[in-house]
Design a protein around this ligand. Structure first.
Ligand code: KG4
Ligand code: ZN
Length: 345
């Protein structure tokens, strides 16, 4: 099945063409990061307008670079949520238009479901596995039994990991999104130079919290206002990154113990972080488990990742009726399949 996938949940306008839910033929991502950087974060209204400007070109480019035409398509997968309503509606409207014009089956896919299955486009990972989704909006541990069957094992009680990187970056005067910059600055910093807390490390749950860590960085900066450049900045970045990674690794370890899984998939934008990749590789060695990261292009927001679940559902006859294909700003992963099946009750 040849699927066109469309993603517009936040600040990337993306389209991809994927065959049989596994073979990536094209993946186009138009980022609005530079536009939102001026405001220090994503401005929803501006995001919607930029999606509207970019979407037609992005879809055309995805088809062109896959060397296929609208007539070749056999299905459409589009992000239905979670995300910014106005942004989601641009992708959904475009996807519905194409599906209607070409009489194609269409399915609304959960953005987080996309992230935790993206790795399947690069290598076959056997189910079940544990998935750690770390992005700007999410920090969740999921028990992935198979496509459509997910259970939340743990989640952040406040900020997401990416949000913590971005907010700390703001405190340090770094541009948005600060995650990749902190990662780079941390590269030559000393991770034990600044003592920072590891929130909820030993609370016996798989839940996480990052707001206290952010406050600790703020307090440190109040006491040491000189930490804005040079080695002290590198050291603070390295210490912060180490604290985030320590918590993520410890909670992943706890979730492995709770679920009994032997495989971990790490996904979402923060999965690009070099410190996290190293820390998880060390944990894998110690635990004797497998930790898999998709390549950076598939960790960050993209449309290709939607086609894995999209193809799975469409080939089983599960579609989202046009009238029910509306934007869902929140959409718990546990409800993905029940929502889809409810259309057939
Ligand atoms: O998955 P994603 O592209 O979009 C969301 O769905 O949120 O994730 C974006 C987040 C941002 O917070 C960004 O700062 C963070 O991922 N990020 C990183 C790195 N690359 C992106 N955080 C830490 N280290 C990185 N290398
Ligand atoms: Zn995302």
């Amino acid at each position: 099945m040849l699927i066109l996938a469309i993603e517009t949940s936040c600040d990337e306008t993306a389209a991809a063409v994927v065959r049989d839910g596994r073979q990536l033929l094209s993946s186009i991502v138009a980022s609005q990061v530079a536009v939102h950087a001026e405001y220090g974060g994503v401005v929803p209204e501006i995001a919607s307008r930029h999606h509207l400007e970019a979407i037609v070109t992005v879809v055309a480019e995805a088809l062109r670079s896959a060397a296929v035409s609208f007539a070749d398509l056999e299905g459409i997968a589009v992000t239905q949520g979670p995300g910014l309503v106005g942004a989601l509606l641009v992708g959904i409207g475009t996807a519905k238009g194409i599906a209607q014009a070409r009489q194609l089956p269409i399915v609304g896919v959960n953005h987080i479901e996309g992230h935790l299955l993206a790795v399947q486009l690069e290598r076959e990972i056997a189910f079940p596995y544990l998935a750690l989704v770390v992005s700007g909006g999410h920090t969740h541990l999921y028990d992935v039994q198979e496509i459509g069957h997910y259970r939340t094992v743990g989640q952040t009680l406040d900020d997401a990991a990416g949000e913590a990187f971005d907010k700390v970056g703001k405190l340090l005067g770094l541009p948005y999104p600060a995650g990749p910059i902190i990662d780079r600055l941390a590269g030559i910093g000393n991770p034990v130079a600044v003592r920072l807390p590891r929130p909820m490390l030993h609370d016996g749950t798989c839940n996480l919290s990052f707001s206290g860590l952010k406050t600790a960085v703020y307090t440190h900066l109040q006491r040491h206002p000189e930490v804005t450049a040079g080695q002290p900045l590198h050291d603070l970045c390295a210490s912060f990154q180490q604290a985030v990674c320590d918590v993520l690794v410890a909670k992943t370890r706890a979730a492995l113990a709770q679920t009994g899984h032997q495989r971990v998939v790490v996904a979402g934008g923060v999965a690009c972080n070099s410190g996290l990749r190293r820390a998880m590789a060390t944990m894998a060695e110690q635990q004797g488990c497998t930790v898999v990261f998709p390549s950076p292009a598939l960790c960050a927001d993209n449309a290709a990742m939607l086609a894995v679940a999209g193809e799975h559902y469409l080939t089983r006859g599960l579609q989202t009726p046009m009238a029910q294909l509306d934007a869902l700003p929140t959409w718990p992963l546990e409800q993905v399949l029940t929502r889809l099946q409810a259309h057939y009750d």
